[in-house]
Design a protein around this ligand. Sequence first.
Ligand SMILES: Cc1ncc(COP(=O)(O)O)c(C=O)c1O
Length: 469
Amino acid sequence: MHPLELTAESLQDALDLTTRFVREEVDSLEGQPSADVAGAEELARTFVERVPESGQSLDRILERLRPAIRKSFNTAGPGYLAFIPGGGIMSAALADFIAASTNRYVGVRPPAPALAQIETTAIAWLASIMGYPKTAGGILTSGGSLSTLSAIVAARETRLPDDFSRGVIYMSEETHYCVPKAARIAGFRDGQVRRVAIDARRRIDPDALVRAIEADLGQGLRPFMIIANVGTTNTGAIDDIPRLLSIGRQHSMWVHADAAYGGFFRLADSGPGLMPEIEACDSITLDPHKGMFLPYGTGCLLVRDPEALKRAHSMDAEYLHDVRAQEEPNFSDLSPELSRDFRGLRIWLPLALHGLGAFKDAIEEKLELTRWAWEQLREDTRFEIVDEPQLSVIAFRLKGEGPAADRLNEELQRKVNARGRVFLSSTRLDGRYVIRLCVLSFRTHQDRVRDAVQALRAEADGLLAQRPA
Ligand SMILES: Cc1ncc(COP(=O)(O)O)c(C=O)c1O
């Protein structure tokens, strides 16, 4: 047997060991601290090492890996309420294991048409969740940032095929930084990106957008793309999509919805009403590693017109003659990637196994938990809440102005996180320190959200008692 091939027996042993290891990690998530990075950098240095000439046992390797996993923000655990969680469902991990073990090629369709179809079907399922017509298409990416890059390139190639040097992209002050970053990578200069003012609910101000477009037209520039936020990272704000579509249509602009965080809330009963007309946007970024609770590395770009993606990404090469596809789509024609993992299985298998209903219930629960936490915090007059949650983020702070109040809030966040039950992150809004609580992990339930509220109240008691009168 080749040394890189495992015998049936040693493969079974390795699987048993790995399964036990994974079960120990997953079964203990509930009791693990919500974050533990004390000494993590010292540990990280133990992995600065030479490539080993000969191998060692899987047992020993897993034992080294365990503390590396534990010394981290516990992004898989129920207490992770920071940034944008997701959790990582085990059925998706099983899909990855099957995909990597069987290692078939789906970058182009002919080498494995049925597998490529599974991925195409997974994309069609996501498109139907968003209300897109059957003629829509898309591509699975590694995440929202790469989806956004392909959306910008598709919009650029469609609206400004010959010269984009005067093209301008519009987005709000609250738009995720991956959008201006993608614009830069796509060849746009800073002066071709407009950050438009927001209203009191932190949504783009459509009148300010119209003024910006008109001013640019007056300068001989070419407004060609609008980004609609469907769940901002800071507060979960959703822009007025119908109004943005109408402005976009007036100027033949491409309207892209950044629904990386918010998109899967369309599964909730209230979902379609939260993001009306998203199905009319030219393209939509979705992050299944957020609202579908899949492991990191699962993003999606949906487009109403798949030809636009093809126009931006397809190219031919003689050495690919043998695998030139008769049937569409061919994933490498729709994205910058050629070789890549079979990521479609990571979406298709969990949906086939659990059914869409399980995901609907989970997303509904996140909305209910957020509402509950918001009501609790709202009753406590010491807290100021930035806005009624539009999705599952609550942004809040202890009342007060100036640097001392900012420090107090920073200390509150630190103390709550130090308890190890929940992990919250923070942001700055209008120059003020604001704590964020985002309920999105499929493992987060009522008990943990109650812990978060109780910890905030108890630590606020302590901090305010210490404060000089
Ligand atoms: C609203 C929004 N858009 C885009 C992104 C970028 O997505 P990714 O981290 O998958 O690249 C994020 C990430 O949190 C986000 O919240």
